[in-house]
Design a protein around this ligand. Structure first.
Ligand code: KIV
Length: 283
């Protein structure tokens, strides 16, 4: 089993040009599969609200949702770097609140770092959490918690004005003390520029190749989330189809008496005659 990585391993990977491959996971089995596959990191994203809990967006997700899913993921992937995602309103109210909630991820769910959304407007809490000794990954571009302000789940930084704001945000996030930055749904030209401009590792979800690694949402890449699929997703499996077909077969078997068979039942240990006598005692 590979040794659990530290932040220094991710710096080394950046310096040596080795890309980081990571996915989201929200529960024990998914985390265990990701670790068995050799994933470099796992994000317990607040996307769990949409992928697992069936909400329309990530806003209803609570601290206790995130903590309990992080705990399950840690149990499934004890040797993998885990990023805990801070849910909406767990860091926006005050820096004190942000430090308190980031600390809960560490103390209750044993994460390796936390991630939060926002550029310049999040620098206060990034600094406060970093100053408290925790690792913060920034997240800019398409930030789902503010998708209302962005006019929906839309790519960002495609025009000069918006690209300029994102460059300023990226610089501010690094300056505030983030150890890494995630860019979501921005053009690769902008990713490349930001990756060259900053010294911290830059990761992409839908932000193209020129950076230090790629993230996908497990529900998207495994074909489990059926509501919509962003343009940047490559589907590596169609788990929904596999599960639906398995459920259909099971229904047919149950209704047709094909399941359970003799192999799926527990056999009596004493003779049939003795069992018959027992039954007769109750007649
Ligand atoms: O919650 C999540 O999975 C995320 C990704 C969209 C980056 O924050």
């Amino acid at each position: 089993m590979a040794q659990k990585k530290t932040m220094l391993d991710f710096v080394k990977m950046k310096n040596e040009g080795e890309k980081v491959a990571w996915v989201t996971a929200y529960d024990y089995p998914m985390a265990s599969f990701a670790e068995q596959a050799g994933m470099d990191m796992i994000l317990v994203g607040d996307s769990l609200g949409m992928v697992i809990l069936g909400y329309e967006n990530t806003l209803p997700v609570t601290m206790s949702d995130c903590i309990s899913h992080c705990q399950a993921v840690r149990r499934g992937a004890p040797n993998t770097w885990i990023v805990g995602d801070m849910p909406f309103m767990s860091y926006q109210k005050s820096d004190e609140d942000a430090v308190e909630n980031a600390g809960r991820f560490y103390k209750e769910a044993y994460v390796d770092c936390i991630k939060l959304e926002g550029g310049r407007r999040a620098t206060g809490c990034i600094k406060a959490i970093s100053d408290a000794g925790m690792l913060v990954m920034g997240h800019i571009g398409l930030t789902p918690q503010s998708s209302g302000q962005l006019g929906g789940f839309k790519a960002q930084g495609r025009d000069i004005a918006s690209a300029r704001e994102l460059v300023k945000d990226a610089l501010a996030v690094q300056e505030a003390g983030a150890y890494a930055l995630l860019l979501e749904a921005v053009p690769p030209e902008l990713t490349e520029f930001i990756a060259k401009k900053l010294t911290i590792p830059i990761y992409s979800i839908g932000a193209g190749v020129p950076c230090d690694g790629q993230l996908l949402i497990c529900g998207d890449m495994l074909g489990m989330f059926q509501v919509f699929t962003p343009k940047f997703v490559k589907k590596y499996a169609n788990v929904a189809e596999i599960e639906i077909n398995a459920f259909k077969e099971y229904i047919i078997d149950v209704k047709g008496g094909e399941f359970p068979t003799n192999n799926h039942v527990y056999h009596i240990l004493d003779s049939k005659e003795e069992f018959q006598k027992l039954f007769e005692e109750f007649d």
